[in-house]
Design a protein around this ligand. Structure first.
Ligand code: SF4
Length: 348
């Protein structure tokens, strides 16, 4: 358990993100956590690089709507502070934990007593120098050896409430590392392609890597790392889980790419429908199709849809045409019908 969220052992895969505020700014951090929670984030991580950040943890852990993981490098004293603060878990990094060696027994005891899980978070960029030397670079084997070595330090003290990540910026290396790790241990795994890049590139890299692993049943929590606001990370993470059927689908727009046959502006229609129904309170599949080739078929299969032609749109509800409207009214009528359907399903 990470706070109230079950992790591993067949529990649903959950979405994590990390705040970008100064953790010591309690109000800003709680505000960002609230935004992440509203976007579908289930576990949040906060960085703890200073005493001021450590001092803020009790209030953040108490007021956050979702479990808070303290992310700690270099300083064992902040690990104890995070455990005392009631954080749901603590993340430590083996590459930066050298100085922790003589503290591992103490950390294991404190975490055990408080029931606080530890995430062993290996990153290619901060791999233990000993392993860098042995393998020449951050290979899958090096990442896995680093993680398992760190686990063994805790296991020696009887502590096994552990989750592991072995992140790399290259999805191919990352996929191999997690596959190897899944063969070598039974701990829950947190997936991440680290430093994945700006939103577009990072979304693709994370989707490809997580898709491959999750489809094989590897991965218990995910964090999409983007050089973009963390709410975007959460939206991408949620969409990955929805696409794989690992989370109930929310709004799904089935829209065609448009082609020389299109008789309406499909891009604009799809964007408008998406914007109007984003965050809709019930699962809904909406088809937005540009002509009569595939339009009626897809629109019929969806909960709600439009098959366009000749400046008009045939509106489908649950497979039946309910009316034909001019192009200018398509979005408005789709939204009206969606709201009506949500009402019938008992949503506000
Ligand atoms: Fe082209 Fe029609 Fe297919 Fe859209 S539905 S891609 S407009 S053929």
């Amino acid at each position: 358990m990470v706070g109230t969220v079950p992790v591993g052992g067949g529990a649903p895969v959950s979405v994590q993100s990390m705040t970008t505020t100064l953790t010591s700014d309690v109000n800003a951090t709680l505000q960002q956590i609230a935004e992440l929670t509203a976007a579908g984030c289930q576990i949040v991580r906060v960085a703890v690089p200073s005493q001021d950040d450590a001092d803020a943890l009790p209030m953040i852990a108490k007021k956050s709507q979702i479990p808070v993981i303290a992310d700690i490098h270099f300083q064992p004293k902040y690990v104890f502070a995070a455990i005392d603060a009631g954080c749901a878990a603590v993340r430590v990094n083996p590459g930066n934990i050298k100085k922790f060696d003589d503290k591992v027994a103490e950390i294991a005891r404190a975490a055990q007593d408080a029931g606080t899980p530890i995430r062993i978070g290996v990153n290619a960029g901060s791999l233990d120098p000993r392993l860098l030397q042995k393998y020449g670079k951050a290979t899958p084997e090096a990442l896995v050896e680093s993680a398992l070595w760190e686990c063994s330090l805790f296991e020696e003290h009887g502590f096994r409430d552990i989750k592991i990540s072995v992140k790399h910026n290259d999805p191919i290396v990352m996929i191999k590392a997690y596959r190897l790790l899944a063969q070598r241990c039974d701990y829950p795994l947190h997936l991440g392609v680290t430093e994945a890049g700006p939103a577009f590139q990072g979304t693709i890299k994370s989707s490809v890597a997580f898709g491959a692993l999750l489809a094989e049943g590897i991965g218990d929590t995910i964090r999409v790392s983007l050089s973009a606001p963390p709410v975007e990370e959460v939206k991408v993470g949620a969409q990955i889980l929805e696409s794989l059927g690992l989370r109930e689908r929310g709004l799904e727009i089935v829209s065609c790419p448009s082609c020389g046959r299109a008789q309406v502006d499909v891009y604009s229609l799809a964007d408008q429908v998406h914007a109007a129904l984003d965050g809709f309170p019930v699962p809904l599949r909406v088809a937005v199709m540009g002509c009569v080739v595939n339009g009626p078929g897809e629109a019929r299969e969806a909960d709600l849809g439009v098959a366009s032609g000749n400046g008009k749109g045939q509106i489908f509800v649950k497979g039946e045409v309910i009316k034909t409207v001019p192009e200018s009214q398509i979005v408005e009528v789709l939204v009206e019908e969606a709201v009506r359907m949500a009402g019938e399903m008992g949503a506000e």
